[in-house]
Design a protein around this ligand. Structure first.
Ligand SMILES: Cc1cc2nc3c(=O)[nH]c(=O)nc-3n(C[C@H](O)[C@H](O)[C@H](O)COP(=O)(O)O)c2cc1C
Length: 204
């Protein structure tokens, strides 16, 4: 298995429709061929990582390099890998903007304007930082939300179990008092039972 990363230049700014069309093409083709990766676009510049079987990737990259929709395809690396780094994505995609870039660890004084062919080719460290950042799912608000949702559900589950337990205790206390009341055997023991149950319920 290999991974290839390249930078290229769009011939003209791409519209959202064009990007969507490309992304759909990537998703369809890549999932059929076991290709995973990530595509970043900004300032008429593409930065793409592709990984999969050697032959599949070499063939795909050849086709991409011939694609008339972009030019100046410059390979940054082609290296063997044991495990995929982008296993979650047939083709992850992010459009780079200043807002997007704020708060990325390890990126200082780097704005969307710097996401251009000449700058990126000369700054492989920044390319690595960008790819590392977008590879991990924390940037994705949807993924973050799902994580938060999981936590909320876990809290709800705990609260539900706690409240079911409380109902159980309260029911037992009421039953024992009702039984004793009917039998005429209500005693201090029941009051103590009531008090300790109340303490427990109030504390939970
Ligand atoms: C920046 C860029 C990235 C691309 N990435 C992929 C890709 O990941 N997978 C893919 O199948 N095609 C990709 N393409 C499209 C290919 O160049 C080519 O058009 C496509 O593979 C042809 O496949 P099809 O006609 O069989 O659908 C990309 C094109 C560009 C301009």
């Amino acid at each position: 298995m290999i991974q290839i990363v390249y930078i290229s230049s769009a011939l003209a700014p791409w519209s959202t429709e064009q990007l969507l069309e490309l992304l759909q093409q990537c998703l369809k083709n890549n999932s059929a061929r076991g290709v995973t990766g990530m595509l970043l676009y900004g300032e008429d510049t593409f930065l793409q990582a592709l990984e999969g079987d050697d032959l599949v990737i070499d063939d795909l990259v050849e086709r991409i390099a011939r694609d008339p929709r972009h030019a100046k395809v410059q390979f940054l690396h082609r290296r063997p890998i044991e495990r995929r780094q982008y296993s979650d994505w047939s083709m992850g995609f992010k459009r780079i903007s200043d807002q997007e870039l704020t708060g990325i660890k390890g990126l200082k004084n780097f704005g969307a304007k710097d996401f251009n062919f000449d700058f990126l080719v000369r700054n492989e460290g920044i390319v690595d930082t960008l790819m590392d950042h977008y590879r991990t799912p924390h940037w994705d608000p949807l993924v973050r939300e799902l994580g938060a949702k999981d936590k909320v559900i876990e809290h709800l589950k705990q609260a539900l179990l706690q409240s079911r337990g409380n109902v159980e205790i309260a029911t037992l206390v009421l039953e024992s008092i009702a039984d004793a009341g009917r039998a005429g055997t209500l005693s201090d023991r029941h009051m103590r039972l009531c008090d300790s149950a109340l303490t427990e319920l109030r504390g939970s």
